[in-house]
Design a binder for this molecule. Structure first.
Ligand SMILES: [Ca+2]
Length: 332
């Protein structure tokens, strides 16, 4: 009997210990798109989609290869609905050079469309508007011995393009606000990278975040609950490891999970109302994590599927989408 009581106490202690150590792994119901590569320059990026409900992992790069073997190095996938994604990938252009194009892929019908086929411009960083009706992209062309950059928007029903911004700077990584009427982006002026936003109605730009000697980039917006803007920035001018910050009225606030000074935390992807996915180099290469933005707790995404994180590849560029928007609070 004594033994049994002893074992019971031990079990209770262990249970309490686990409860104190952290929260339960949040339940996710939607879909994740992300890419992975050994190095950015090897042109071997692969796009994957994981369905949390069914547990199915799809190698989208393999599916695309079966349709058009010339499309490679797919990355930066973004959901317009639970079944529609846009992404950027390389394909030889009409002059025989590797060229960035933006593609649409339907996860149900497996229809692949090069949205900018035949263009002499490179198109990168596609992001859907919250209602899925249009996408915003970075565009560039080699002209007069230099790159010329613009931010452009495509109407997804007509495929018509509108130039939103062409100010002589390298503007990239555009991301729609919660209502779709403002576009956040990173501007590289030759010295630093800063966060700006553009009002779609009058095309006026506004500086959102700039810090001397520090690069800031990858702005994203939380579309559920309150609008919150996040971005990546160097830890400091002397420590170039990325940290994820939230834009505030007074500048920025680092999120509580950025605990290791030498590690990179990047590619914020808001999930529900208080969580985000991100990529971090806590264990060698970049791996994907789910983070509690309040407590700073991190869960490796391999807890959801062992196939997500690998030791030899960098898992980056997460975008998460719930399958159907609920009438009240959105489920995770
Ligand atoms: Ca990895």
């Amino acid at each position: 009997m004594k033994e049994k009581v002893g074992i019971l106490l031990l079990v209770l202690l262990l249970c309490c210990g686990f409860a104190d150590d952290g929260q339960e792994l949040p339940s996710l119901q939607g879909r994740l798109v992300y890419h992975s590569y050994v190095s950015y320059d090897d042109k071997g990026s692969r796009l994957c989609v994981f369905d949390f409900e069914s547990g199915e992992m799809r190698d989208i790069s393999e599916e695309i290869s079966a349709i058009n073997p010339g499309v490679e190095h797919a990355m930066n996938g973004h959901f317009g609905s639970a079944t529609d994604i846009v992404f950027m990938a390389m394909e030889l252009n009409q002059w025989g050079y590797d060229h960035w194009y933006v593609y649409h892929y339907n996860l149900d019908t497996k229809a692949l469309t090069n949205l900018v086929a035949g263009s002499e411009y490179n198109y990168e960083d596609p992001k859907y508007a919250p209602d899925g009706s249009r996408i915003v992209m970075k565009r560039r062309i080699w002209q007069d011995d230099d790159w010329s950059y613009s931010l452009v928007e495509m109407d997804m029903s007509t495929k018509d393009l509108t130039v939103l911004l062409e100010d002589g700077y390298e503007n990239s990584m555009p991301y729609y606000s919660r209502g779709g009427n403002r576009i956040y982006y990173a501007q590289y002026d030759g010295v630093e990278s800063k966060i700006y936003s553009l009002n779609r109605a009058d095309l006026q730009v506004r500086e959102e975040y700039a810090e001397q000697g520090v690069y800031a980039y990858y702005p994203v917006v939380r579309w559920t609950g309150q609008e919150e803007v996040y971005f990546s920035k160097w830890h400091s001018s002397s420590n170039r490891a990325d940290k994820i910050a939230q834009l505030t009225q007074t500048g920025y606030a680092l999120l509580p999970f950025n605990t290791q000074e030498a590690a990179d935390y990047s590619d914020a992807c808001p999930v529900g109302e208080g969580y985000m996915m991100l990529s971090a180099t806590l264990d060698g290469t970049y791996d994907l994590y789910l983070a509690d933005c309040e407590t700073g707790e991190l869960w490796p995404m391999s807890l959801y599927s062992p196939a997500i994180n690998t030791d030899h590849r960098n898992e980056l560029g997460a975008h998460y989408r719930i399958k159907a928007l609920g009438p009240t609070k959105n489920p995770l």
